[in-house]
Design a protein around this ligand. Structure first.
Ligand SMILES: [Zn+2]
Length: 168
């Protein structure tokens, strides 16, 4: 079974927690920044219901924190949590292990339009097949065709390229 491992830490401990999780072998994670109030701090409060004072109170009493979430194999959870406890032993944190019933991922791969490869142009100074002058012969190679033309007289030849792509 897969487990949704949720680690709540204060923002300043984000690096420490992520490093411990990485050392423990998690392969990916996501992060949510949030403001939270712990049960100890919240005890005894009753929130005034008008929005302004509700928001004001949350701002004044909540602390900035981060939720690091990762999907891990159930078999690995204990080892991960052990490393995390060691790394964060002097810090405040909360870990939730939530069993996952099913994971559905839609990658939605989209076909990218094929980029037209640039033609190669090669120059070679040799006697022209048409005018016989020793002049630069320009060779333009596309994916399937090659054109050779003489820079002296302009005569051109065309070739169709066939065959396998060479290794490398
Ligand atoms: Zn020529």
């Amino acid at each position: 079974m897969k487990i949704h491992l949720q680690v709540f830490v204060e923002t300043e401990n984000l690096g420490k927690a992520v490093n411990a999780l990485t050392d423990a072998g998690i392969t990916g994670f996501y992060i949510l920044e949030y403001r939270g109030i712990s049960p100890q701090d919240w005890k005894g409060f009753t929130i005034n219901e008008d929005p302004k004072s509700a928001i004001g109170l949350i701002k004044d009493y909540s602390t900035e924190a981060v939720l690091i979430s990762s999907i891990v194999d159930e078999k690995k959870v204990d080892a991960i949590v052990e490393l995390l406890r060691e790394a964060l032993k002097d810090e405040r944190y909360t870990v939730l292990e939530v069993p996952i019933r099913r994971i559905i991922v839609n990658y939605a791969y989209q076909e990218k339009p094929e980029k037209k490869p640039k033609a190669w142009i090669i120059e070679n100074e040799v006697p022209c097949f048409y005018c016989g002058e020793k002049a630069i012969q320009r060779i333009q190679i596309d994916r399937k065709t090659a054109k050779v033309w003489c820079t002296n007289c302009g005569a051109a030849r065309y070739y169709l390229l066939k065959g396998e792509k060479p290794e490398g």
